[in-house]
Structure formats: C-alpha cells, structure tokens
Ligand binder design. Structure first.
Ligand code: GTP
Ligand code: NA
Ligand code: MG
Length: 342
C-alpha cells in the first residue's frame, strides 16, 4: 500500500483568480529550490510535500500532526459559464476542492455551481477568499496571513472581517456553516475560509498546509492505493497537436505502462485499444514552451499524463479509462455505468 497525492481541484467564478493562485503556488514552490523540484503535468501541477512543509514552516504549529501524503496534485478549471462540463469533470475526480472567491465580489453564479458540483460528488471543499490585497487599507505581502494580519490597521481588519462575514452568511444560505480557518474547531462540520492574495502570495502557507492537513486527516483511506494494480483514470481532454489526437488523463489509481491494453468510452461506444505512447510534462523549468512532453515507459498514480492510442480520435472526453489485465467484460460494464453518471 502506498498513499498517493490527493487530487485538489480548483473551482470558482470566472476571473476570481484560480490560475493566478496556482501560478503563485508554483512560483513560490520553485523558489524553495533546496526543498526539491516541482513537476507540472498537463492541466495538473504536482507540489511535493517537502515543498509544502518548507513554505508552511513559519506556521507549522497550526497542524499538530505529521504529514505523510507525498504531495498535492492540483487541477485548474475554467470559470467561464460555457465550461460547465470541464468543471464537472474536474470536480468528479477531486478528493478535495478549493473554491476560489474574490472576497470583494462574494459568491457569483459559477461559485454556486462549483459548490453544487462539490455537493453532487460529495467532495469536501475549502474557500480561498482571494484578492485581499484589494481591501481598502490592507497592506498585503508574501507569506503567512496570520503573521501579516497582526500588522494591519484596525480599519483594514474591520474591512476584512466584514467581507468574511458576508461570505459566511452567503454560504449559510447555501446550506453550509463556515468560518475563518483559525476559529474552526471541527473541520468536518465547518467550511474553512482562508484569506489569500494570489497576487502577493499572502495566505498561501496557510492554504497549502490546511489543504494537505485536511486531505490527510479525512481522506487517508481513499488515498491508500496498490501502486502496482491496473491503472484507473479519467480523460480530462482530447487535444489535437500537429494532426494527432492526444488524451490528457488524470491517473488516480495504479500504474499504466506503454503497451498496456486499455479501455475507455468512445463516441460510438466502448473502445479497447493499446497504449502506443505515454508522456509526462517536463519539469517546470522547461515547460514554458508549449507541449514539451517527454516519453515515459510507465506512470504511477496520482499523475497527469498524455496517452497516444490508435483510437484516440474516437475517444470521449470525460470517460473513465482503465488498464485491462484480465476480465475485459467486467471492466466494460463498469465503464458504461460510470459514464452514465457523468
Ligand atoms: P478563469 O480561468 O477565466 O475563470 O479565471 P481565473 O479564476 O483563473 O482568474 P485569473 O487567474 O485569470 O485572474 C483574473 C484576473 O484577476 C487577472 O487579471 C489577475 O491578475 C487578477 N487577480 C487574480 N488574483 C488576484 C489577487 O489576488 N489580487 C489582485 N489584485 N488581482 C488578482
Ligand atoms: Na481569467
Ligand atoms: Mg483560469
């Protein structure tokens, strides 16, 4: 048994700062060079636990237990109303979600939709109350929110409290008890609100530590996997590059190897085919140029991967994808069942 990284999907209304937040986490993480590297997969970013420990060091005392998960695998989703299907897909494979809300705007239509998705798939979530640097009088700077909070004027603190209170009452209307994270006693009953700025990086130590802590505390059973079992994943997207269709897949269980037989759902029904090519994105330092993937022979969960098969053109985004070692008919039944629930 191994404990895999929890899959953390970032959801929220358009322009509330999801991608900027992920960018900032990546930069902050990369800056911690001595703590080791960071890998960006397709639409997914892996942050190793050593990096999280390093970033969160100044506030490590808010978690009383040792972190054993190997890291966090983040998935970004678009907030525009047109991309409801992508949000659902991201939400359906999430172990935990971060719902990003512009603290100055509060809950908007796609925020509600994001929370509905969490409810539908029973995904626990926390709120990143973003853009606190725009609060009148707030002096935002990189690092711990708790430490920076103490330096603010009474007026700025009050402005923040008002906005948090507003979120708390809006969330209450949606059926959730919530509070600012440091006042919460039972995280199973109360949704945590973490004030952050994706622009300055303020609050990111708390956000990462809390995400890792909650995932480990409440999801460990789900994260225990046999790393040599046949791989299981979900097709996030089908992408065309130089005339060739690639499947961008999040692998959440087991292992997938080049040459493996796999099954997924296609436009015309179930497909059984072979993995001709298997790719991972290069480490962050080199990924600035697009589609800079390197071929690999195998990949272990959890990971973002790119798969090439002869049947890719017929693949259906959103479909489950399974490595088959035996009993093909059982797996096809399983796929049919799962696809009908997406
Ligand atoms: P979609 O993917 O289109 O839904 O948007 P998004 O949620 O990923 O938002 P994005 O990261 O694209 O940010 C939208 C805008 O808000 C950009 O201009 C960002 O620079 C800005 N922004 C994001 N976070 C912050 C923040 O913490 N403070 C300030 N001042 N601006 C921010
Ligand atoms: Na945007
Ligand atoms: Mg975005």
């Amino acid at each position: 048994m191994k404990i895999r990284q929890p899959i953390i999907t970032i959801l929220g209304h358009v322009d509330h700062g999801k991608t900027t937040l992920l960018d900032k986490i990546r930069k902050t993480a990369v800056a911690q060079k001595e703590a080791g590297g960071i890998t960006q997969h397709i639409g997914a970013t892996e942050v190793p636990i050593e990096v999280i420990e390093k970033i969160a060091e100044p506030i490590r005392d808010i978690l009383k237990f040792e972190l054993k998960i190997p890291g966090l695998l983040f998935i970004d989703t678009p907030g525009h109303e047109a991309f409801s299907n992508l949000r659902k897909r991201g939400g359906s494979i999430a172990d935990l979600a971060i719902v990003v809300i512009d603290i100055n705007e509060g809950i908007m239509p796609q925020t509600k939709e994001a929370i509905e998705i969490c409810k539908q798939f029973r995904v626990p979530f926390i709120i990143a109350a973003n853009k606190i640097d725009k609060i009148p009088g707030w002096e935002s700077r990189e690092g711990s929110f708790i430490k920076n909070y103490q330096r603010q004027s009474d007026r700025a603190k009050q402005e923040l409290e008002n906005r948090v209170y507003n979120l708390v009452s809006q969330l209450y209307e949606l059926g959730f008890e919530s509070d600012i994270f440091f006042r919460i006693e039972d995280f199973r009953k109360t949704v945590a609100i973490v004030p952050v700025s994706a622009k300055t990086g303020e609050g990111i130590p708390e956000l990462l530590l809390l995400t890792a802590g909650l995932a480990q505390r409440f999801l460990t059973k789900k994260l225990e996997i046999d790393e040599n079992s046949p791989g299981k994943g979900v097709i996030l997207e089908k992408k065309k590059d130089k005339g060739i269709y690639y499947l961008d897949v999040i692998l959440y269980d087991g292992v997938i190897r080049k040459g493996d037989t796999i099954a997924f759902y296609g436009i015309e029904g179930p497909i059984i085919t072979k993995v001709r090519g298997l790719f991972k994105a290069k480490p962050l330092t080199e990924i600035r140029e697009k589609s800079n993937f390197i071929p690999v022979n195998e990949a272990h969960a959890a990971a973002g991967i790119r798969i090439l098969t002869p049947e890719n053109d017929k693949a259906l985004a959103g479909s489950p994808l399974y490595v088959i070692r035996n009993n093909q008919s059982k797996i096809l039944e399983q796929i049919k069942e799962e696809i009908s629930s997406i």
